[in-house]
Structure formats: structure tokens, C-alpha cells
Design a protein around this ligand. Structure first.
Ligand code: FES
Ligand code: FES
Length: 193
């Protein structure tokens, strides 16, 4: 089985999984990192939102073969350590505003919120109402008004990003050997934990 190496929450990991297994299942079922949630599996609900090299992405639609050895994946578990704190300012804002209801969508909401603030900071501006309108993370409990309030509060508390040049990502070289048909779907499933 192919081996894939990359960085998750600051640690180098190696996994033996078929190339076309989606990263969400690698995180949840192989690496046992359960913060990213499985909702739709097709890039719509955004419950699985994590960061790839500091930007929001959806691992449920990202085959593990597309992740490079130098890529840094951050899940909600790695968010606070990424700023050297026990709790990230956006998570603190979430607690202060008491955003969560059932909580299922909330890791993805917070990861999306941090991305929105960082994107605005890169552009040297504040988060706008339009930015908040563009967030597509679904919350079936309807916590949207509190999410918007918490993002404003979290933005005010977040350190200002140092703008650096984005890392260049080179595509992996294609392996010459023919691939066997994938068996991944039968053995790797998303839990609702
Ligand atoms: S589970 Fe990834 S977008 Fe829905
Ligand atoms: S808090 Fe329940 S789905 Fe968002």
C-alpha cells in the first residue's frame, strides 16, 4: 500500500493508505484525530473544515495523494498550539458568546472563522459583513447570529498576521507503476464521533 508523509498539527506523520482515500478518513480513522467532523463527504456542509498551509480546505474531498510531504495540515486540535496558547482567541470568543448548541458543526465553523480573519489580515483590512455572508459552513442548529458575533470578537483578540510569501507547492511525481483498484471505501468509514 502506498505510503504518504505530511505534517499534522506540527508533527510529521506517515500513513499507509491507498492514494485515493480522502484525507478526512485518514485523519479520523487512521490518525484518530476526531475534531474534523464528517457531514456530507462531498465538500458542501464544511463540517470537516481544517487548514492546509494556513488556509481553510475540506479534507473530505482531498485525496491523500494530493498532500505533499511539506504540507502542514492543522485541525481544531492544533489551532491553539499554532499560536502557542492553551486556547485560541477565536475559541475563547466562541466560549464567551456561548455559540455552540449541539456542537457538531463548531470545529469547522471555528476553523473557517480563523481563515476569514487571516484572509482579511493578509489584505490589511477588517472582516466585513460580506466576508461573513460568504461563509458556507452549515449549522443545522441555526447558531449563525452568535457565530457572526463571535467572529467579530475573535478578530479583535487575534494577533495580527505577519504577511509572508505563500509556500510553493510542487505536485508529487507520478509513479510509473499501474495502480490496483481501490479497496478503501469498504474498510474506512466516517464515524459520527
Ligand atoms: S464533510 Fe466535508 S464538506 Fe461536508
Ligand atoms: S451547533 Fe448543532 S449543527 Fe451547529
Amino acid at each position: 500500500m502506498p505510503n504518504h508523509t505530511f505534517i499534522v498539527n506540527g508533527k510529521k506523520v506517515s500513513v499507509d493508505v491507498e492514494d485515493d482515500v480522502r484525507l478526512l478518513w485518514v485523519l479520523r480513522d487512521v490518525l484518530k484525530i476526531h475534531g474534523p467532523k464528517y457531514g456530507c463527504g462531498i465538500g458542501v456542509c464544511r463540517a470537516c473544515t481544517c487548514h492546509l498551509n494556513g488556509k481553510a480546505f475540506n479534507p473530505c474531498v482531498t485525496p491523500v495523494k494530493d498532500i505533499l510531504p511539506t504540507d502542514e495540515v492543522t485541525t481544531i486540535e492544533g489551532l491553539a498550539p499554532s499560536v502557542g496558547k492553551a486556547i485560541h482567541p477565536m475559541q475563547q470568543a466562541w466560549l464567551d458568546v456561548d455559540v455552540a448548541q449541539c456542537g457538531y458543526c463548531q470545529p469547522g465553523q471555528i476553523m473557517a472563522a480563523v481563515d476569514v480573519v487571516k484572509t482579511a489580515q493578509r489584505q490589511k483590512r477588517k472582516v466585513t459583513d460580506d466576508d461573513l455572508d460568504q461563509i458556507r459552513n452549515v449549522c443545522r442548529c441555526g447558531t449563525y447570529p452568535r457565530i457572526r458575533q463571535a467572529i467579530r470578537q475573535g478578530e479583535a483578540a487575534m494577533p495580527v498576521l505577519k504577511v509572508t510569501k505563500p509556500k510553493k507547492r510542487k505536485a508529487k511525481k507520478k509513479k510509473p507503476a499501474a495502480r490496483k483498484p481501490s479497496k478503501s471505501g469498504a474498510e474506512i468509514t466516517g464515524s459520527t464521533e
